[in-house]
Design a protein around this ligand. Structure first.
Ligand code: PLP
Length: 372
């Protein structure tokens, strides 16, 4: 048998199609002699905010900082106060939970829906206490959470809504009456990735935008005049220049991800392997990750590896079972039983996904999954 190699994710497709443009963008920054908070960052902030349908974009050093600064700015503006509870899905990348803690807020973990892997709206009511003030939804794997239902619930309860959109660049988000702000990451392997770390907060709220910018710049608007206890978290000119080159291609790359996902969803037919469905509006999913679920996950991973197919697990240990949040630190967050999050962590396997995959590679992965 011929074993091919199918990488989990390769950025060769970017280098092959845009390599020269990226080099000349880098050269432009070098020639400009200006590396932090310059014209390229400003242009990219405007372009990405517009792409998201938001009025303001504020570049940050990474996605975790974007999340943290979005919440910290909300505290400085009096929208939230330290010690308030924020509802967060129990199955997410750890950064979502870390950001809530770092801002001095208390994460309340809520089990996800088994099909969509996003917040289970029917569990929100039971998770609320008199200290609950906000919901930080995550568009996990690139699938938009049920924003209309979450926003309606939040409105009825007087809660604010925030988004962790670090996996959902380009998913069609209707911002009208929705969230206060969304945080993005430009980690290299995200759907829109830099050549290093980067992040952004997008919002329609001009005051929040100004506060995020200030907090990410030592709490200062005017050099050497510090109004807040800020941090240093800015998007540099090199990353902004690279991201400006890549942004016009994002929709095309996401369309290719949807094509691949549609094939996986219709052609994976092994009863041992469960896939998550294409949403009613296909544009509301950008398939950052294509997850499958299997009770014999580790065996499946080994089987695929023997065929040269690389896979990853997103994520093997849910936040509430991490050492960071057990023992003495357990009081940093609040949660009840989380059977669905634990089941997903035990059974999830992410199979190759990315615009660079060829049709023959996809067929090869599908055949292997069906043979298992
Ligand atoms: C990647 C990611 C982050 C953090 O982004 P970094 O830029 O790596 O700090 C936060 N939340 C989610 C859901 C992510 O996938």
């Amino acid at each position: 048998m011929i074993t091919k190699k199918v990488p989990f994710y390769s950025l060769d497709y970017v280098t092959e199609s845009l390599g020269r443009d990226l080099l000349s963008a880098f050269g432009g920054v070098l020639d400009s002699n200006w590396f932090i908070r310059g014209p390229r960052c400003e242009r990219f902030e405007g372009a990405f905010a517009e792409y998201c349908g938001a009025k303001h974009g504020i570049g940050t050093g990474n996605g975790l900082d974007a999340l943290t600064l979005m919440l910290r700015a909300s505290i400085e503006l009096g929208y939230l106060k330290r010690g308030d509870e924020v509802i967060v899905p129990a199955n997410t990348f750890i950064a979502t939970v870390l950001a809530v803690c770092a801002a001095g807020l208390v994460p309340v973990l809520v089990d996800p829906d088994r099909e969509t892997c996003n917040l289970d709206v029917s569990l929100l009511e039971g998770a609320c206490s008199e200290r609950t003030r906000a919901i930080l939804m995550v568009h996990l794997y690139g699938r938009l959470a049920d924003m209309p239902a979450i926003c309606e619930f939040a409105k009825a309860k007087g809660l604010l809504v925030f988004e962790d959109a670090a996996q959902a660049h380009g998913a069609k988000i209707d911002r009208n009456g929705g969230s206060v702000a969304a945080a993005y990451s430009f980690y290299p392997t995200k759907n829109l990735g830099a050549l290093g770390d980067g992040g952004m907060v997008v919002t329609d709220d001009a005051e929040l935008a100004r506060m995020v910018r200030m907090l990410g710049n030592y709490g200062s608007e005017r050099k050497y005049v510090n109004k807040y206890v800020g941090v240093n978290s800015r998007l540099d000119e090199v990353q902004a220049a690279i991201l400006l080159e890549k942004l016009p291609h994002l929709d095309g790359w996401n369309a290719r991800r949807r094509e691949i996902a549609a094939r996986y969803c219709s052609e994976i037919k092994n009863p041992l392997v469960r896939v998550t469905p294409v949403p009613a509006n296909p544009l509301s999913h950008v398939w950052h990750v294509f997850p499958v679920f299997c009770e014999r996950r580790d065996e499946l991973q080994t089987f695929l590896a023997s065929r040269g197919i690389e896979t990853l697990v997103h994520y093997p240990i849910p936040p509430h079972l991490q050492d960071a949040f057990t023992g003495a630190s357990a009081s940093l967050l609040r949660h009840g039983a989380l059977p669905v999050a634990e089941e997903l962590a035990r059974t999830e396997l992410s199979i190759p996904m990315g615009p660079g995959l060829g049709n023959d590679q996809i067929s090869y992965v599908i055949d292997a999954l069906n043979e298992f």
